[in-house]
Design a protein around this ligand. Structure first.
Ligand code: SAM
Length: 252
């Protein structure tokens, strides 16, 4: 088969992303806490708050990695359910990398109540093996920037959500507010790869993760991409001085 240069670039990116996440899987959750000084917990908490899970909800968390967001959604569904006998719902953790999912499954206490709601699915966000209009909510946290074709992933999100269903995405922004920018640059280019080297013995993977943030579209452009995929009531909320954005929209 002959590949155009775009295909080669795309398959190189997919291969690189696969290798990076297989390498970081065992240390991923610890690194998240160290690199964000625990802030990722706050950001994910806000994501779940805006999602507003409800009893019986069928939710999909894409690029779900070790299941951190999905676990929070499942716990929140249970917290909203007054009747333990009623159908509780489901939360599917979808990721393209089986090593990340395996790490999450290994860590999950099977007797924890939320474990009963969770399902693990190896799949590509750009071609989801799910029916049209089949989920009530769709989340993706810090995963979109690693995807090869972001427009295709957004179209898939729109296809599988039911009308009225909410799309929510947490992602780093390539630029913060001007007061923070120099500190943010120094932190991400020097401190994060060093934490990667010392804690995970893997400086290169963390350098790649920082670079992928720099290449991600600006929040305004990404908001337009979400609109173009068919979502409405599209919003981009800046969190923590613009380090992270919470993007949202509804399928109309
Ligand atoms: N959402 C998790 C969290 O916030 O802790 C994990 C985020 S991790 C930075 C990014 C994840 O995106 C990785 O597990 C990676 O395998 C996954 N990923 C990258 N490209 C993907 C794709 N096309 N489809 C599904 N998952 C993908």
């Amino acid at each position: 088969a002959s590949f155009g240069s775009e295909d080669v670039a795309a398959s190189e990116k997919a291969g690189r992303v696969g290798a990076v996440f297989s390498s970081v899987a065992p240390s991923y959750d610890l690194m998240n806490d160290l690199m964000s000084a625990g802030l990722h917990r706050l950001w994910k908490g806000w994501l779940v708050e805006q999602l507003a899970p409800f009893p019986g909800m069928h939710h999909l968390d894409v690029a779900g990695g070790t299941g951190d967001v999905a676990t929070r959604v499942a716990r929140d569904i249970l917290a909203q359910s007054p009747d333990p006998e009623a159908e509780q719902g489901s939360v599917v953790v979808c990721d393209i990398n089986p090593d990340m999912l395996a790490e999450g499954q290994r860590r999950l206490d099977p007797s924890a109540p939320e474990a009963a709601l969770m399902e693990w699915m190896t799949a590509d966000a750009e071609a989801l093996p799910l029916q049209d209009d089949s989920v009530d909510g769709y989340t993706v946290a810090f995963g979109v920037r690693n995807m090869t074709n972001i427009d295709a992933a957004l179209r898939e999100a729109h296809r599988v959500l039911r009308p009225g269903g909410q799309f929510l995405c947490l992602e780093f922004s390539p630029r913060t507010n001007p007061a923070l920018q120099r500190l943010y640059d120094a932190y991400s280019h020097h401190v994060i790869p060093q934490i990667g080297r010392v804690v995970a013995n893997d400086e290169q993977s963390y350098k790649y993760l920082v670079e992928s943030i720099r290449r991600f579209p600006d929040p305004d452009l990404f908001r337009d991409m979400i609109w173009d995929a068919g979502f409405r009531r599209v919003r981009a909320q800046s969190l923590t001085g613009g380090i992270v954005y919470l993007h949202s929209g509804f399928k109309s």
